[in-house]
Design a protein. Structure first.
Length: 647
C-alpha cells in the first residue's frame, strides 16, 4: 500500500542524519551507514561519524534512557519474574558487542566484567519436571531460571519454552470429547501472547454437514450444469424405472395362497423345454405377509411324486447367500393355474436381463445369425463373477447345474447373477448323480457360455460347430483368456492338473485383482453420490419444521401463536423463499433460490436479507443466523407441548 502512495525513487533517496542534541555529532554513528552501509554525503555536508569500528562515546545515562540502540550489548533479564517486561530487537551490530551481565536484585549478585565467554560447565543441566500441568509460553521458565518475555517479537519456536509441555507424558484420548486436552497438549508449540496468541480449539458442529470433496476434478467450473448438484440423470432415471417396474401389475392372472399382484416377465410366448424338461414361466409377485416382491418360476404340468426331494432342496439351498447368485427362498405346488404346477420363489431384481437378451437379441427374431463379439474386459468381468459363484457353491458341496445364457441375469452394468438354481435338484432328484460329476459339468457349461459370448454365436450354432475351431478363431483375445477357456472346456485338465474351480481361480488371479480394483472404484463413486444426496434430507426436515410452525393456530393458552413474536419474521421468510415474483409479478419458481435459502438457514450464516410483508408496510433487515435462532426457539416451544418425538 505504501508503494502506491509514494514514489519509489523518493523512497530510495538518502538524506542526512538528523542533528543529535546533547552530544558531539562527530562521535555519533551516521544512520545512513547503519541502514544502507554507506553515506553519499560523507565527504560533503554530513558531520556524523562514518567509521563503524570507532566506538561511539557519550554519557552513560543517555544510552540507558534510549529504548532502542544499535550499539547496545545483548541484555539478559534478571532472575526475578517481571511479568509484562518489554523486549527490544537487536541489530546485526550486537553480535560484536561485549556480553552484558545484568545486576541482580541485591548487590551480592554482581558478576565479573572480565568474563567474555560462556562456561558450559557452570550452567545447570535442565531437567523437565513430571508435573502434568500445561504451561503457556509466556509463563514458562527458562533453563537458567530467567523469565522469558512475552512481547510481540517473542520467538515462538524457542525449545526451552516447549520443554515443560513436551515433558507431559499423559496419553491423549481422542474419544474423550474434551477439546481442552488437545489445546493443552500443543500449548508449548504456540505463543500465548502478542501477535501469535493461541486460540482454544473448538469442537466441530456436527449438526452442520461438511461439503463432500469432489470425486473427480476433470471438469472446469464453467463446465458445471444444474444436474451436477444432484445425482446423475442416468442414475436417477435407472432407479425410477426400477421403481416403476416393481409397481407393474397384469389383470387376469390368478392369486396364489401367499402371493398376489402377479405380472408376467416372459419376453417370448413360445414354450421351451430345453433347460428343465418342462414348460416354465416367470412372474413377479408380492407376498401377502411382508409386502416384498419376489420372482416366481413356474414349471407347468409337473406332478410332485416325492416330497423328500423338495425338503432336501430347501434345506440345502435356503441358506445360500452370494452376491452373484439369485437367492432361493421356497418352493410349493399350486393348482391355481388350471394344472399341477411347481413354483420356485427367488429374489426380485427389477429390469434384469439375461445374457441371451443382452448380447443375442435380434429385432427380427433370427437366431441363426452371428452377433458382435463381447469385448475382452467385459468377458473377464463375467468370468470372475461366475467363477466366484461356482467356488462358493462347490465349497458347500452343491452344483449350479443351470449354467445357460437364458438363466444368467445381468442386473446393473456388468453385474451378473446365476438364476434358476435348485430347480434341477428337484426335477432330477431320483438320478442320484455324484456331486463331483455335477461340479465338473458346471465347468464345461461355464466354458461354453464364455465361448458363445467371445465368438458371437448363439448356443444352437455353437453346438453344431467344432469347439476347437471356435477356440482357434479367438485370435484377437489374449493368451490368458484362451488358456482359461481351454481349461474349462476340457473334461480332464491338461498336464495332470486338477479340474476344479479352485485351481481355475489360481489361473485367473491377476484378473481377479483387476476386478476387485474396478469394484472399489465403482464403490467410491457410489459413495460420492450418496454423500451429496444426504443434504436433501436436512432441507426436507427444515421445510417440514417450518410448515409445522407457521401453520399452527393456537398453542396452549396463546391465540394466534404463529402470527406473533418470532413467528411473524419466519412467515416473512417463508414468503421470501417460496412466494417470490419477478419484475412482471409472475411467480419465480427457481429451484436454486429455494435450495440456497434453506441451506443458509440450516447453516445460520451472517448474510443479511430484507424481508417485506405482503402489504409492503413492514420491512425487516435480518441475518440468517438470527432467523436460525428464531426457528429453533419456535420449534422447541412446540416440542414442550408435544408428546411425540420431534423431526
Amino acid at each position: 500500500m505504501a508503494a502506491s502512495r509514494y514514489n519509489s525513487n523518493d523512497l530510495r533517496r538518502q538524506v542526512g542524519s538528523p542533528r543529535s542534541k546533547g552530544r558531539d555529532t562527530k562521535d555519533t554513528l551516521c544512520r545512513n551507514v547503519v541502514i544502507y552501509g554507506h553515506c553519499r554525503y560523507m565527504d560533503t555536508t554530513c558531520n556524523f561519524n562514518h567509521d563503524q569500528n570507532k566506538p561511539a562515546s557519550g554519557p552513560s545515562d543517555f544510552l540507558s534512557k534510549k529504548s532502542f540502540n544499535a550499539d547496545s550489548p545483548s541484555f539478559t533479564p534478571s532472575g526475578q519474574n517481571l511479568g509484562q517486561a518489554k523486549k527490544t530487537t537487536l541489530s546485526s551490530q550486537a553480535a560484536n558487542a561485549a556480553p552484558f551481565t545484568p545486576r541482580g536484585v541485591t548487590a551480592s549478585t554482581q558478576q565479573n566484567a572480565d568474563l567474555t565467554m560462556f562456561n558450559p560447565a557452570g550452567a545447570r543441566e535442565f531437567t523437565p519436571s513430571g508435573n502434568t500441568q500445561n504451561y503457556e509460553l509466556g509463563n514458562s521458565n527458562m533453563g537458567n531460571g530467567a523469565a522469558q518475555d512475552n512481547g510481540v517479537f517473542s520467538d515462538p519456536f524457542a525449545m526451552n519454552s516447549m520443554a515443560p509441555a513436551l515433558a507431559n507424558n499423559a496419553p491423549f484420548n481422542p474419544y474423550a470429547g474434551d477439546p481442552s486436552a488437545v489445546s493443552g497438549a500443543g500449548a508449548g508449540f504456540y505463543s500465548s501472547g502478542g501477535a501469535y496468541a493461541s486460540v482454544p480449539m473448538q469442537q466441530p458442529n456436527y449438526h452442520l454437514y461438511q461439503p463432500y470433496d469432489a470425486y473427480r476434478g476433470e471438469l472446469q467450473p464453467w463446465q458445471r450444469s444444474t444436474y451436477d448438484y444432484f445425482i446423475p440423470a442416468a442414475m436417477r432415471e435407472e432407479i425410477q424405472k426400477k421403481m416403476f417396474a416393481t409397481q407393474h401389475t397384469m389383470p387376469g392372472l390368478p392369486k396364489l395362497e401367499n402371493y398376489h399382484s402377479l405380472f408376467s416377465l416372459d419376453t417370448s410366448h413360445r414354450k421351451n423345454t430345453a433347460c428343465f424338461g418342462y414348460h416354465s414361466w416367470v412372474y413377479k409377485a408380492q407376498k401377502v405377509t411382508t409386502g416384498l416382491h419376489y420372482v416366481l418360476r413356474r414349471l407347468e404340468g409337473y406332478r410332485l411324486s416325492n416330497d423328500q426331494s423338495v425338503m432336501s432342496v430347501m434345506r440345502d439351498w435356503k441358506n445360500v447367500r452370494h452376491e452373484n447368485i439369485v437367492s432361493f427362498h421356497e418352493t410349493f405346488t399350486s393348482q391355481n393355474f388350471g394344472d399341477s404346477s411347481l413354483i420356485f420363489v427367488y429374489d426380485w431384481h427389477p429390469l434384469a436381463k439375461t445374457l441371451a437378451e443382452q448380447h443375442f437379441s435380434s429385432p427380427l427374431g433370427n437366431n441363426r445369425q452371428r452377433y458382435p463379439a463381447v469385448p475382452e474386459g467385459i468377458l473377464w468381468s463375467y468370468v470372475c463373477q461366475i467363477a466366484s459363484a461356482l467356488y462358493y457353491l462347490h465349497n458347500k458341496n452343491l452344483a449350479a447345474r443351470c449354467l445357460d445364457l437364458s438363466k444368467i441375469l445381468v442386473t446393473e452394468k456388468s453385474r451378473i447373477r446365476l438364476g434358476s438354481c435348485a430347480i434341477l435338484d428337484v426335477v432330477q432328484y431320483d438320478h442320484n448323480r455324484p456331486i463331483q460329476e455335477l461340479q465338473g459339468e458346471d465347468l464345461v457349461k461355464f466354458g461354453k457360455v464364455i465361448l458363445c459370448l467371445a465368438t458371437g454365436m448363439p448356443p444352437n450354432l455353437l453346438q453344431s460347430s467344432n469347439t476347437k475351431a471356435a477356440l482357434d478363431s479367438l485370435v484377437k483375445y489374449s493368451r490368458s483368456l484362451r488358456d482359461a477357456l481351454q481349461f474349462l472346456l476340457s473334461p480332464v485338465a491338461p498336464n495332470g492338473q486338477p479340474h476344479t474351480i479352485a485351481h481355475f481361480l489360481t489361473m485367473i488371479a491377476p484378473q481377479l485383482v483387476q476386478q476387485a480394483n474396478n469394484t472399489l472404484r465403482e464403490n467410491d463413486e457410489q459413495q460420492y453420490w450418496l454423500a451429496r444426496e444426504i443434504e436433501n434430507g436436512r432441507i426436507a426436515r427444515n421445510v417440514m419444521k417450518l410448515s409445522v410452525i407457521l401453520e399452527r393456530g393456537d398453542l396452549g393458552s396463546q391465540s394466534n401463536w404463529s402470527e406473533v413474536g418470532d413467528r411473524f419474521q419466519l412467515k416473512l421468510f417463508r414468503d421470501y423463499v417460496f412466494h417470490r415474483v419477478d419484475a412482471s409479478g409472475k411467480p419465480d419458481l427457481g429451484l436454486g433460490h429455494m435450495l440456497s435459502c434453506m441451506s443458509k438457514l440450516d447453516a445460520g450464516v451472517d448474510e443479511q436479507i430484507m424481508l417485506t410483508s405482503r402489504d409492503n408496510e413492514t420491512v425487516f433487515v435480518i441475518t440468517y443466523r438470527e432467523l436460525r435462532g428464531m426457528f429453533e426457539r419456535a420449534f422447541n416451544e412446540l416440542m414442550k407441548f408435544s408428546k411425540s418425538p420431534g423431526l
